[in-house]
Design a protein around this ligand. Sequence first.
Ligand code: NAD
Length: 467
Amino acid sequence: MATRQPRRTSRTLGERFAVLDPATGEVFEEAPDQQPDELDAVVGRAHDAWRSWRADPDARAAAMLAAADAVEAAGADIAPLLTREQGKPLAESHAEIARTAARLRYFAELDVGPQPIVDGRPVRSEIRWRPLGPVAAIVPWNFPLQLASAKFAPALAAGNTVVLKPSPFTPLATRLLASAISTALPEDVLTIVTGHEPLGARLASHPGIRHVTFTGSIPTGRAVAKSAAASLARVTLELGGNDAAILLEDVDVEQIADRLFWAAFRNCGQVCMAVKRVYVPARRYGDVVEALAQRAKSVVVGAGIDPGTQLGPVNNAPQLARVERYTARALAAGARAAAGGHRLDRPGYFYAPTILADAPPDSPVVTDEQFGPVLPVLPYGSLDEAVDAANGTGFGLGGSVWGTDLDLAEAVADRLECGTAWINHHAELSLAQPFAGIKESGVGVAGGPWGLYGNLRPFVVHRPEEV
Ligand code: NAD
């Protein structure tokens, strides 16, 4: 199934662990290697801070707006650090920071007031939405800041406090982000902890945590759900994807090729809702493979910090090994690399942008989430066949349909079994929309008011009209 994290990311240096630059494969910094037994004190302080944080919504909103300003002010320091540890081009790091600030503002201003229950009875009954308590936010390495903020912004706005654990592959920019935010928030309202799997497992099972919100792979998501069962905390899981793009007979290949290519390759394909398989009518197959291969061959691959880089390295060695393994297996089973198909001969975790033609439909690069710069393109005979193939995995995050007849495209999109379906686009999200994977891609809803409700509990006050 989806990406599994290694037991240890890197060498442990005493009470710190090494962080690598994926563009060189070399250590360039360290982060604190916190241990599970430290969490009692951390969660205890988060609980104490919750008492006052939950009490004053106006003060909360003001603090979150100030935090957004602080994030922007620190952006010039945070962005290069994010690029160094994650690998993405610098402009994309800046975009993550901008999105983080925007999300803080969005949730600061989103108000969920009391809601009357109107059911014909002679009572005044209303829902008053209440926070849950300390929230554990556990995030992966592909969008460290954006995904962290998708958790802490709604949780804080709802009146909860947050203990945030980034991936040990990318702890540094998140630490800097948290220290910028902490200038605007009361102490212990947002706490960051860094370390490895046992720290995450303890955080997810800690009895003082009332909501565990996790983004990452399906296997780890299962482990998190089991851990949280110990305290019966609420669980929100945003997990892996294997999104299909279906091209229709009337698609204008030259018009959509750039958009489709980047929907698959942005952030080196390390996007939960990237296009990970493309289904093309047999008659148009050769043209589409060629158009995508041309783009793959012309992309500027390099260190994210270098101006002009369009595609950085894969984030880490186990992830690169996974991409190599899946691609080699497909090639051995008869697939053809129309572009790429190999690691780049240079230091760091670089893999050539790869378009795979004729991959067997049952090869893992098609059926599983390879999470890298590789895109299998598959021919189909009938639309029913394409829809069945798109829906035929355990994943259900997103999907898209590409063509000129928008009504037909929408009718096909409506048949996709996933949380979000796009037409002539992919992975476009607004802060105001719900984001929810189905099947093994997730549990719960993030984004928009639904993300806020995910961090609140309904408290009903029921009062008769007369004594
Ligand atoms: P991962 O599951 O290996 O790790 C995610 C986080 O969980 C890390 O912070 C890790 O240290 C922590 N962790 C590891 N073991 C744990 C345990 N037993 N208990 C608690 N926490 C534990 O994922 P990854 O490799 O960092 O990220 C890639 C995966 O994330 C892909 O599958 C991708 O699709 C998925 N993802 C999903 C979304 C979404 O919104 N659906 C978004 C981005 C990424």
